[in-house]
Design a protein around this ligand. Structure first.
Ligand SMILES: [Zn+2]
Length: 271
């Protein structure tokens, strides 16, 4: 494991995966003198904003019991994630899944170093004008949402080029859905352009409101796996996120949408 970048060394699951299925992980070799690093131009650290307990569960058909939500958030708090969207203070008339927001806020254990935002502006589509107004209103982090998942790396690039004229990159996050299977490619495009905050949902929780049975939020596990492979530090332990994903999928009696979790469970590298 001598060539595994240090960012990967704490990640049990990745090591397991590499050991048992060496073909899936091509560790980044250290750059030779005079040779450009494979990750040059990419941010060294990416902040992952976990949206599963809010955006994810809000778009699940079943209403999840409050104690299960609290347990999920408590487990996610121990993964190294620095931001976990926990609930939404919207009317229970519109979003019955979030009617227990007070109980959830009261019930969770708050870990030092973890922020628990209750709502992130989630723009429908790519509207620069709206983003600019939010920024001038004092929003320090604007999450550009492709919530119907139709974007491609091409449209992501064009959208970011337009938004970057109005808003500093440091204030931008991306929120990609995998409905058309483009989420990881879109995220990679965004981070290549310098975006360093990515929204994702444990186990890919949250369906697509427009297409029955289609995938919604990109899975946190899959994003971390990709970033680990690029040698980018997230501070998050992939193995623990997979355990949290397994917990909520068991509670909801559903299959995970994370490809990484599916591969790991099937090959017995977790359990
Ligand atoms: Zn979403």
């Amino acid at each position: 494991m001598g060539t595994v970048p240090s960012a990967l060394k704490h990640c049990l699951s990745y090591q397991h995966l590499l050991k048992e299925q060496p073909w899936i992980g091509e560790p980044v070799p250290p750059p030779q003198p005079g040779q450009e690093s494979q990750t040059s131009g990419l941010p060294e650290y990416i902040k992952i904003v976990e949206v599963g307990p809010r955006d994810g569960l809000q778009n699940e058909k079943v209403i999840v019991p409050t104690d299960i939500k609290i347990e999920l958030i408590n487990r996610l708090s121990k993964t190294g994630l620095s931001a976990i969207e926990v609930t939404s203070f919207v009317s229970s008339k519109w979003v019955p899944q979030m009617a227990d927001h007070n109980e959830v806020m009261r019930g969770i254990e708050r870990h030092p170093g973890v922020r628990y935002p209750v709502l992130t502006p989630n723009l429908q589509g790519f509207h620069n004008a709206v983003s600019k107004r939010l920024y001038s209103m004092g929003c320090y982090e604007i999450s550009l949402g492709d919530t119907i998942g139709v974007g491609t790396p091409g449209s992501m690039k064009r959208m970011l080029e337009a938004v970057m004229k109005e808003i500093p990159l440091s204030a931008l996050a991306v929120h990609c859905h995998d409905t058309y299977g483009q989420a990881l490619a879109n995220i990679l495009t965004a981070i290549q352009m310098g975006v360093a905050v990515v929204d994702s949902s444990v186990a890919g929780l949250g369906g697509c409101p427009y297409a029955k049975g289609a995938t919604g939020n990109v899975a946190t596990e899959d994003v971390i796996y990709m970033l680990n492979g690029l040698g980018i530090n997230t501070g998050v332990n992939l193995y623990r996120v997979m355990e949290a994903g397994n917990f909520i999928c068991t509670a909801l009696n559903k299959k995970t949408n994370s490809k990484v979790a599916q591969a790991s469970f099937n090959s017995g590298t977790i359990n």
